[in-house]
Design a protein around this ligand. Structure first.
Ligand SMILES: [Fe+2]
Length: 324
């Protein structure tokens, strides 16, 4: 509702957006993100800052020492904790939220989650001091018959900068749905702003299922209009960390049916109009995990009353694809 052009009559108003409402909130969100990120600049090296600001992503291969990675992989191939699954289009995704309880069950995961370089880079890229939410995530492509996976269309997650990170446990080649990103597409250039402005006026009437909800889709023609390059496909070996600003245009690449990839996925999104990066107290992270779990339980209960399954419903742990 909060970012939906279709459901929010103010944000979706053609008149207000013609007067510049959407363009103004995009500009303000980018300005405040820049302010928060600048405050957090000492967290990371000058090289990574420059890379992230220029491209919208940072890629670090061989992130963990070999022995640490082997121990982490062994633990992740025998996951513990509550697994939830979602089917989007023809893709099956499994996730385990790495809250404190789950980190106790899988203590080697703490090697990554408590890695200082990892945590600092993610906080800088998120422009927020609070820890991201971490998940073990497994993606199985072409699992079900149905519509194409909507994550395979180039899109921007929302109207403001936002961080997602993938630490790949499997090699990701062209057949495994590699992360794909348009370099530099996170920057608010004049051409991007004009595209956002014109798109916003009629966005509530679009029917691709996502743009009208605030996650704008982009076709090759749109990239041309914005003066953006072709998307880059991240074919990367295991033990690679990719951190991206998913306000930039990105998607999951093509995959052969049945191909899976296992990863630790992190996600952080803040109030885009908050000028402060926060305090980073762990208690807030625990609270966020608790609220997320309560919300899922509420959705489960609501779905049960309708005699159906919630979109992220629990499944037995051994269903986690990628488990050995
Ligand atoms: Fe996305």
């Amino acid at each position: 509702m909060s970012k939906s052009f279709r459901d929010n009559p103010v944000l979706g108003s053609p008149l207000l957006n013609r007067m510049g409402l959407h363009a103004a909130r995009v500009c303000l969100a980018h300005l405040l993100n820049w302010l928060r990120a600048t405050t957090l600049a000492p967290l990371v090296s000058q090289g990574h800052r420059a890379e992230f600001r220029r491209d919208g992503f940072v890629v670090i291969k061989n992130f963990l020492p070999t022995e640490d990675f082997a121990a982490l992989e062994a633990q992740l191939r025998n996951c513990k904790g509550e697994v939830r699954e979602c089917i989007q289009g023809d893709t099956l995704t499994h996730r385990i939220l790495l809250d404190e309880h789950c980190l106790d069950l899988m203590p080697v995961c703490r090697v990554l989650v408590d890695n200082r370089r990892y945590e600092r880079l993610l906080k800088y890229c998120a422009a927020r001091l609070k820890r991201p939410l971490y998940y073990v995530q497994s993606i199985k492509n072409g699992h079900a018959a149905g519509t194409p996976d909507p994550q395979k269309t180039l899109h921007s997650d929302t109207f403001h900068p936002t961080m997602k990170a993938w630490f790949f446990v499997d090699d990701v080649d062209a057949d495994r749905g590699p992360f794909t990103y348009v370099p530099g597409s996170h920057r608010l250039t004049w051409k991007r702003l004009k595209w956002e402005y014109w798109r916003s006026i009629n966005c509530r009437n679009l029917t691709d299922g996502y743009s009208e909800k605030g996650s704008m889709r982009a076709e090759p023609f749109d990239l041309e209009v914005m003066g953006l390059p072709a998307p880059k496909v991240f074919e990367v070996p295991r033990n690679t960390l990719v951190v991206a600003d998913t306000h930039g245009f990105h998607c999951r690449g093509a995959a052969v049916p049945g191909a899976t990839r296992l990863e630790i996925w992190a996600y952080s999104r803040t109030n885009p109009f908050n000028p402060l990066p926060g305090l980073g107290l762990r208690v807030f992270n625990r609270l966020e995990c608790m609220l997320a779990k309560r919300y899922w339980l509420w959705l489960d209960e609501r779905a049960r009353r309708r005699n159906t399954l919630s979109s992220w419903h629990p499944v037995p742990t051994d269903r986690m694809s990628g488990n050995s």
